[in-house]
Design a protein around this ligand. Structure first.
Ligand SMILES: [Zn+2]
Length: 497
């Protein structure tokens, strides 16, 4: 039988704020000393009172505005009661029935498939809560340590509707959300550092059936790859169970990234009762006002000041510069790369170039292939790259005007990427300008033909590849500066005589 998977995501992201959610402790996920950023409030001492960090509230509202969510006019915090050693108060301050944002959608705009990239994933809600502490299990296996640095850090939780159908779609969604959070400056959203965490709910049903199947939850997914693989694994596991006529157990499963399998963590008999009730120590939030009187935030103002959103950037890049769909995806994922690209284009356009659109594509190609290639190969960070967009644009201008060859361009790039030596000066000093005049090329061709009898004979016997060999020999003599088309033409002429 064919089965359809229905998947919903729950994504938590630590928000970037100076202080924690309800106290003045620093919100610093880089802190190495355990229990340094703690105080009586976030340690849950009796008699202490929380105070709302409005920066965190604003961060979540910005996300909601970017996703087209309905911002809740009157919101509030609630207590979610449960016991766990990483939760010093015995409850977590969260939001139950009045989340900051409801609805909204995010397109799978990062997908490399144009059709798929238009698919919209509906969002159920986005709310704000506090993070818990961290349990550390030393290798001796005899004790457990608790670090409360993370306790009380503002945490955003976003829940999607169950409208995702594959691991791939889930990955695009999570990746797209990560870029949005970074773009808005509201979270560093680094999954490896636990600043962004994904949980998936997944159920299978026979294709065409309306009723949803039994839901399985998978936790501990700390990379995009894990999100995709865990879902694909579950789809396979659950369909095999259903195929045998057996029932899916409603449970929470973990992900083993080494074995690439999910494993049972705990069986859920029924929904846990958290006994939510309104947080008595915090006032309700009047977030904004339709009538322009009162309210903590001016939504119009916040909306107007949102930066250009990643998907807007993507379509602007494609529209303005005619760069390929897949390339636009690469550029929008790296703010530095985007700035470098647009700056280089700006410098090039200040020169009197004959074909700017061709120049833009050259910039794009050499940036994506060569600069990113060198960055990867030599393990460089953007800080190591000293090449300026201006110097790069100068170099590309030589290539655009056929003054240097692509071989020379690549060689120079490799040399100046970490030094920013002037491309102009290097080309002049070393005489690397492309030689196209037959008066300069012919003496070299003569020499090469005279010293390569075998290749010449091969060519005359009809072996076409021999010509490339001869062009290559001339290029070597010219230190890569010969015009290859011109060389080939002249060699053919010479040998047909
Ligand atoms: Zn504190």
């Amino acid at each position: 039988m064919e089965y359809e998977a229905t998947i919903g995501l729950e994504i938590h992201a630590e928000l970037k704020t100076k202080t924690k959610m309800f106290c003045d402790c620093l919100n610093n996920s880089e802190e190495k000393t355990p229990n340094k950023n703690v105080c009586p409030v976030c340690l849950g001492h009796p008699g202490t009172l929380p105070v709302i960090n409005l920066q965190a509230v604003e961060n979540v509202i910005k996300v909601g505005l970017a996703l087209g969510s309905q911002i809740t006019e009157f919101s509030k915090f609630d207590r979610k009661n449960y016991f766990y050693p990483d939760l010093p108060k015995g409850y977590q301050i969260s939001q139950y029935d009045k989340p900051l944002c409801q609805g909204g959608k995010l397109k799978l705009f990062l997908s490399d498939n144009e059709e798929e990239s238009k698919k919209e994933i509906q969002i159920t809600r986005i709310h704000l809560e506090e993070d818990t502490g961290k349990l550390i299990h030393p290798a001796d296996g005899k004790s457990t340590l608790i670090d409360f640095n993370r306790a009380g850090v503002p945490l955003m939780e976003l829940v999607t509707e169950p409208v995702i159908h594959s691991g791939r779609e889930a990955r695009w969604f999570a990746q797209g959300l990560q870029i949005l959070l970074k773009n808005l400056g509201v979270s560093s959203a680094d999954m490896e550092k636990g600043q962004m965490r994904c949980e998936v709910n997944i159920s299978l049903r026979p294709k065409g059936e309306a009723k949803l199947g039994t839901k399985v939850e998978v936790k501990n997914l700390n990379s995009f790859k894990a999100v995709e693989r865990a879902i694909d694994y579950e789809i396979k596991r659950q369909s095999e169970i259903l195929e045998k006529g057996e029932k899916i157990v409603q449970e929470t499963r973990g992900w083993d990234p080494l074995k690439e399998i999910t494993y049972s963590q705990r069986i859920k008999e029924e929904a846990q009762d958290y006994r939510y009730f309104p947080e008595p120590d915090l006032p309700p939030l009047h977030l904004y006002s339709q009538t322009k009187e009162g309210g903590l935030f001016n939504l119009e103002e916040l909306k107007k000041n949102l930066p250009e959103l990643p998907w807007e950037k993507k379509y602007r890049l494609i529209r303005t510069y005619q760069i390929p769909f897949a390339g636009a995806n690469i550029i929008i994922q790296d703010e530095k790369l985007l700035t470098f690209f647009e700056e280089a284009v700006r410098f090039l356009s200040q020169k009197s170039v004959s074909d700017l659109s061709k120049g833009v594509l050259l910039i794009y190609n050499y940036l994506i292939t060569d600069i990113l290639g060198l960055k990867e190969k030599n393990n460089l960070s953007w800080n190591d790259i000293k090449l300026t967009p201006e110097n790069f644009a100068n170099l590309i201008n030589y290539l655009l005007n056929n003054k240097i060859t692509s071989r020379v361009t690549k060689n120079i790039l490799e040399e100046i990427i970490t030094t920013n030596e002037s491309a102009d000066e290097l080309i002049q000093e070393r005489g690397l300008e492309q030689v196209s005049e037959s008066s300069s090329l012919l003496p070299i061709i003569e020499k090469v033909i005279n010293s390569n009898d075998k290749a010449v004979a091969d060519y005359k016997k009809g072996k076409e590849t021999a010509i490339q060999f001869l062009v290559g020999q001339c290029m070597a003599q010219l230190k890569g500066a010969g015009n290859p088309q011109e060389l080939e033409k002249l060699i053919r002429e010479k040998m047909s005589r």
